[in-house]
Ligand binder design. Structure first.
Ligand code: IPE
Ligand code: IPE
Ligand code: MG
Length: 251
């Protein structure tokens, strides 16, 4: 990582860090299959890539990192695989929380937690309570998360506020809608990374990605490391974000 700040001429080449990065951590199953192993071997190996990504985000002072761990559609997988994923989630949560807290990471698990084992939900609540005042990095794990779920939730919450007389329908706008979504307290999503070669969003951050930059890589998730993250950030730095304006206006 010490190559990050200097190019061959020795001049300063610090890439501008995105404030909020999200990652669709895809390709665990294929990674394992390539090695003649069970898909779940790939999920276990993927934990090291999660650690590497958190490390990168902390080192480079990225404000928020949002990781897609389990989608609302992933329940449709074979029961054995779902069960291993749930166990792994519980295990990793237990083993990593202290270290995350010591490193000043605020952890949030975002998604519909109602179908999860109550013991897992309790662990999540405890981890969130322990880390709630940390400010080094906002780490969000999207679990049983779906972009449509998030939008529907926001709509429901606004409808309830209108029904109870707390909100006028005219006051529903992009700002108040956003305030009712799952990532309301975080900076706008700057960069969305997807590993594993697929070029789709798979019902991830639909509302939040309106003006995000997308970075797709064929690297399978267990092979993703700090250098891969740096490649994504370098690509992000090569983009011109115009937000509807013309080039001359944003230079
Ligand atoms: C992503 O890897 C992990 C989860 C969805 C939980 P996959 O399990 O989707 O791996 P591939 O895409 O089948 O290789
Ligand atoms: C997206 O990956 C969900 C996660 C990475 C958690 P999938 O592997 O489930 O996506 P699809 O089904 O190929 O679109
Ligand atoms: Mg996949």
């Amino acid at each position: 990582m010490d190559t990050l700040n200097k190019d061959d001429s020795g001049s300063d080449q610090t890439p501008k860090m995105p404030e909020h990065v999200a990652i669709i951590m895809d390709g665990n199953g294929r990674w394992a299959k390539q090695k003649g192993k069970l898909r779940t071997f790939g999920h276990k190996a993927g934990v090291e890539s999660v650690r590497a990504s958190v490390r990168f985000a902390r080192t480079h002072k990225i404000t928020a990192l949002t990781l897609f761990a389990f989608s609302s559609e992933n329940w449709k997988r074979p029961q054995d695989e779902v069960s291993v994923l749930m166990k792994l989630f519980k295990l990793v949560l237990t083993s990593e929380v202290k270290k995350l807290h010591a490193n000043g990471v605020r952890l949030k698990v975002v998604g519909d937690l109602s179908p999860f084992d109550p013991k897992l939900v309790q662990k999540i609540k405890d981890a969130e309570a322990l880390t709630q005042h940390n400010t080094e990095l906002h780490l969000n794990i999207a679990a049983n998360y779906g972009g449509r779920w998030d939008i529907v939730n926001a709509a429901q919450s606004l409808a309830q506020q209108v029904a109870s007389g707390k909100l006028n329908p005219e006051d529903i706008n992009e700002t108040s809608f956003n305030a009712n979504t799952a990532f309301a307290d975080l900076p706008a999503l700057d960069l969305l990374i997807r590993t594993g070669g697929e070029k789709r969003i798979s019902n991830f951050l639909l509302w939040q990605c309106a003006y995000s930059e997308f970075y797709f890589t064929d690297t399978l998730w267990p092979d993703f490391n700090e250098n891969s993250f740096l490649d994504a950030v370098i690509s992000f730095n090569e983009r011109q974000r115009r937000f509807g304006k013309i080039s001359e206006q944003v230079i």
